[in-house]
Design a protein around this ligand. Structure first.
Ligand code: FES
Ligand code: FES
Length: 161
């Protein structure tokens, strides 16, 4: 069975016919052509596929596309504008929060969601918000520094998370 879904994807309204069993991850990558969201474990363990649904992080590999009809979805492609990095992207760049980069889109989206909900999180709140994301390269310290850098940028009235 297929059904029509209507959603706002990265700020744009879309209507698509999707099979009932299509994962949001596959909808984004294969139907919407947005390959920034990564497939890692494909089983809810690594966070590489994290996107935002109404500003809350969601694992796209465990979410059926049909269940997000009517919602606002943001993938990594939503961040930054007119050639300028978002605050979180700048944080990852400045603080070297990315090495191989495979986990980075998922981390960046989890961080962006956190800062949209709480622009000035404590270190403990940052760690808690990133608890579903795994990185095999950075050791996490640089990632936490990246979020703190982004939070400082927001406090200075800088770009969006
Ligand atoms: S690919 Fe979704 S949690 Fe790993
Ligand atoms: S930067 Fe390589 S897994 Fe995170």
């Amino acid at each position: 069975m297929a059904r029509l879904i209507e959603l706002t994807l990265n700020g744009r309204r879309r209507v698509d016919a999707v099979p009932d069993n299509l994962l949001l991850l596959d909808y984004l990558r294969e139907q919407a052509g947005l390959t920034g969201t990564k497939t890692g474990c494909d089983g809810g363990e690594c966070g590489a596929c994290t996107v935002l649904v109404d500003d809350l992080p969601r694992l796209a590999c465990l979410t059926l596309a049909a269940t997000v009809s009517g919602r606002r979805i943001d993938s990594i492609e939503a961040l930054g504008e007119a050639g300028a990095l978002s605050a979180v992207q700048r944080g990852f760049h400045e603080k070297l929060g990315s090495q191989c980069g495979y986990c980075t889109p998922g981390f960046v989206m989890a961080c962006a969601g956190l800062l949209r909900r709480n622009p000035c999180p404590s270190a403990a709140e940052i760690r808690a918000a990133l608890g579903s994301n795994i990185c095999r390269c950075t050791g996490y310290v640089k990632i936490i520094e990246a979020v703190e850098f982004a939070s400082d940028l927001l406090a200075q009235g800088g770009t969006a998370p």
